[in-house]
Design a binder for this molecule. Structure first.
Ligand SMILES: Nc1ncnc2c1ncn2[C@@H]1O[C@H](COP(=O)(O)OP(=O)(O)OP(=O)(O)O)[C@@H](O)[C@H]1O
Length: 253
C-alpha cells in the first residue's frame, strides 16, 4: 500500500477506503486507499480514466459512502454518519467547484453566492461575500444571471459561492475542464489564492498536467489504488508519470 500523508493539520483523512459498486459485475472503484489532505494545501488527484478519481472525491466529500474504511472530514467521522447530519457537516465545511459550474440559472450571481449559507441556516456574512466577489473580479455583476456570463465568469461565481461559506476544504472535479487555457489559468490562480490566503484545503481532480502543476502535490490513482505522489510537481514530471500510468493501465486491459 502506498501511503500519502501531509504534515499540516489534516482536514480530510481517508483510511483504508474501498468502494465497490454492486451489480452483475461488481466494480471495485477504490481499493484500500489511505490519504489525507491538510489545511492550506492544494492537492491534485490524477490517474487514467476509470481509475477512481471521482469516486475518491465523492467519498472524501461525503457525497458517497465507502464500502469499507474510514473518512474523517473536519474532525467528523463521516463514513457512518447518516442524513441529515451528513448534509449539515458538508454544508459547514465543504465547498464544491464542478466542471459544469452547477449554478442555479433562476438566481442572480449574488443569490447563488449566498445560497450555501442560507441552506446551512447561517446568518449570511455579506461583507465577506462582497470581499470574495471582488477577489474573483465580479463586482458589478451581482445582479446578473449565470446565462449572462461567460464560462470563466460562471466558474468564478462557483468559486465565490464556495469561498463565501468559508469552507475548510474545496473539492474541484475538473474545474477548468470546460474553460479555455487563459480562463482556466485564472481559475487555478484563484484556487491557489484560496489556499495561500484563506488557508483552505483544495483537492482537485484533473486530467491536465498544467493544471496539476499549480498544486503542492499530485496524488496518483491507478485501478482504484494509490499509485504514488509527487511533491512540488512540474508539468514535465506529471506528464511523464501520467504517460507511464496510462500505458500500464492500457496494458492491463
Ligand atoms: N455509479 C456507478 N455505478 C457503477 N460503476 C461506477 C459508478 N461510478 C463509477 N463507476 C465505475 O467505477 C470506476 C471508477 O470510476 P470513477 O468515475 O471514479 O473514475 P475516474 O478516474 O474519475 O474516471 P474519469 O477520469 O473517466 O472521469 C469506473 O470503472 C467506473 O465505470
Amino acid at each position: 500500500m502506498v501511503k500519502a500523508t501531509t504534515r499540516t493539520t489534516d482536514v480530510v483523512e481517508l483510511a483504508g477506503v474501498s468502494r465497490t459498486y454492486p451489480g452483475g459485475t461488481a466494480v471495485q472503484a477504490l481499493r484500500d486507499v489511505t490519504v489525507s489532505f491538510g489545511a492550506g494545501t492544494f492537492t491534485a488527484v490524477m490517474g487514467p480514466s476509470g481509475s477512481g478519481k471521482s469516486t475518491l472525491l465523492h467519498c472524501a466529500a461525503g457525497l458517497d459512502r465507502p464500502t469499507t474504511g474510514r473518512v474523517r472530514l473536519a474532525g467528523n467521522d463521516i463514513a457512518t454518519v447518516r442524513e441529515p447530519r451528513l448534509t449539515k457537516i458538508r454544508r459547514a465545511h465543504v465547498g464544491f467547484v464542478f466542471q459544469s459550474f452547477n449554478l442555479i440559472d433562476s438566481l442572480t450571481v449574488w443569490q447563488n453566492v449566498m445560497l450555501p449559507q442560507r441552506l446551512a441556516g447561517r446568518r449570511p456574512d455579506r461583507r465577506w461575500a462582497r470581499e470574495v466577489l471582488s477577489r474573483v473580479g465580479l463586482v458589478g455583476r451581482e445582479h446578473h444571471r449565470p446565462v449572462q456570463l461567460s464560462g470563466g465568469q460562471q466558474q468564478r461565481v462557483a468559486l465565490a459561492r464556495a469561498l463565501a461559506a468559508r469552507p475548510d476544504v474545496i473539492f474541484g472535479d475538473e474545474p477548468t475542464g470546460a474553460l479555455d487555457l487563459g480562463t482556466g489559468r485564472e481559475v487555478l490562480a484563484l484556487l491557489r489564492q484560496s489556499v495561500d490566503e484563506f488557508g483552505a484545503a483544495v483537492v482537485m481532480v484533473t486530467h491536465d498536467p498544467a493544471a496539476a502543476a499549480w498544486a503542492d502535490r499530485v496524488v496518483f490513482l491507478a485501478d482504484g489504488r494509490l499509485a504514488g505522489e509527487l511533491a512540488a510537481p512540474d508539468v514535465e514530471q506529471v506528464t511523464a508519470r501520467m504517460t507511464r500510468l496510462t500505458a500500464t493501465a492500457a496494458g492491463v486491459r
